[in-house]
Ligand binder design. Structure first.
Ligand code: DGT
Length: 390
């Protein structure tokens, strides 16, 4: 490992002190706790782009998280960073997603507007610091400080706040008791995990979008990063069948992105010459990055995916319906919290005001899988919103 890697022997430790494992480093143990969490298992039925009933081929938040962790390990290893910490942060980065992905998040954010809003990154931290309830001596997973800061700073430092911005309430509350130093950048490991998210989804969404027939290979071959990949495949394998041709082209695109991050980040690390993990945190700019040229090409892909996939009419039609599911469920549980399961009802006794009740209901709904939300909606509203024809 490089001098600037996070060394498990020097980790900042857990909020509740525990005996170290004889077999696993503290970061390995964090990763294992994340894999064994309920929230991680529920990612298997949470939307990446397509709602779960739309087909078994497409990515879910679980398969996406595994792909992020895979590429993150490769990049961390190439850069001399700690692969276990990188993997832990990568596997945890989407734990806070609601049913129906960003659509559910937007709906919950609006419903929670009077009570501090909702943010999936803050929710991931809330889950691993509070909502998982399996251990005798603490709520949450009691992860190391290093993993928690990586989860909190998925989008970079959270402080100082921009004008009119506030910290998500659950994050602010946790930070008040366990200072995650929100002014600094995260470790190199967490920065790798964050960029791996972009590498993974921009690649797999192209694959899923093609499979769904939302656009064609000829159309994506017009994009600056993708055209050369198809050209190279056609040159080497002039008579490849269409499926192998697609795979060969897209795996090259993936490789271009990974090589670019490794080369750019190596150059940045060489130039900054950080002498510790702490030095990376205080550098004032990220050390893990795409080159400017790659960033321009990536933005073109992101724009294409946004208009042709995330805002495609067929995706938007489902979006309207699943927004209704979340919008219907929230007031039902607010008005009659006795409908909540036992584990949540117990907490209602400690609720002091409407904002606390709303946060509880929000946490419960946010934890639902797509199918559980749809089932709950069908049971409570008497309609199967995706299948009933009106
Ligand atoms: N259907 C649908 N999917 C979306 C929408 N916005 C984003 N997605 C999907 C596309 C990508 O697979 C993925 C990108 O979002 P992520 O949650 O991974 O990253 P994002 O940069 O939005 O947030 P984050 O980095 O986690 O703070 O989510 C949307 O409005 N509708």
């Amino acid at each position: 490992m490089a001098i600037y890697a996070c060394d498990p022997a020097a980790a900042r430790g857990r909020r509740v002190i525990e005996e170290e494992s004889a077999f696993r480093s503290c970061f390995q143990r964090d990763r294992d706790r994340i894999i064994h969490s309920s929230a991680f298992r529920r990612l298997k039925h949470k939307t990446q782009v397509f709602v779960e009933h739309e087909g078994d081929f497409y990515r879910t938040r679980l398969t996406h998280s595994i792909e992020v962790a895979q590429v993150a390990r490769t990049m961390a290893n190439a850069l001399g960073l700690n692969t276990d910490l990188t993997e832990a942060v990568a596997l945890a980065h989407d734990l806070g997603h609601t049913p129906f992905g960003h659509t559910g998040e937007d709906a919950l954010h609006e419903l929670m507007a009077p009570y501090g809003g909702f943010d999936h990154n803050a929710q991931a931290l809330h889950i691993v610091t509070s909502l998982e309830r399996h251990y005798a001596e603490f709520n949450g997973l009691n992860l190391t400080w290093d993993t928690l800061e990586g989860i909190a700073k998925h989008n970079g430092p959270l402080l100082p706040l921009a004008e009119g911005e506030t910290l998500p309430v659950t994050l602010a509350a946790y930070n008040a008791v366990h200072d995650l130093e929100l002014h600094t950048h995260a470790s190199g490991e967490a920065q790798v995990a964050a960029l791996s998210d972009d590498v993974a989804y921009n690649n797999h969404d192209l694959q899923d979008g093609l499979r769904a027939g939302l656009f064609t290979e000829d159309e994506i071959a017009e994009l600056a990063l993708i055209g050369p990949a198809y050209a190279e495949v056609d040159r080497i394998y002039p008579s490849l069948d269409p499926y192998r041709r697609r795979h060969e082209a897209l795996r090259r695109v993936f490789g271009y992105m990974v090589s670019d991050v490794i080369d750019t980040s190596r150059a940045r690390l060489d130039a900054a010459a950080p002498e510790s993990a702490e030095a990376i945190r205080h550098l004032g700019r990220p050390v893990i990055a795409f080159s400017d040229d790659m960033w321009i090409k990536l933005k073109e892909i992101r724009q294409f995916l946004f208009t042709r996939m995330y805002r495609a009419p067929s995706v938007m039609e489902i979006r309207t319906k699943v927004t209704q599911v979340v919008t219907d469920l929230f007031p039902i549980y607010m008005q009659d919290p006795s409908l909540l399961p036992q584990r949540w009802r117990q907490e209602i006794e400690a609720v002091e005001d409407e904002a606390q009740l709303a946060r509880l209901v929000c946490d419960y709904i946010a934890g639902m899988t797509d199918r559980f939300a749809l089932q709950s909606h069908a049971r409570l509203m008497g309609v199967d919103i995706l299948h009933d024809v009106h």
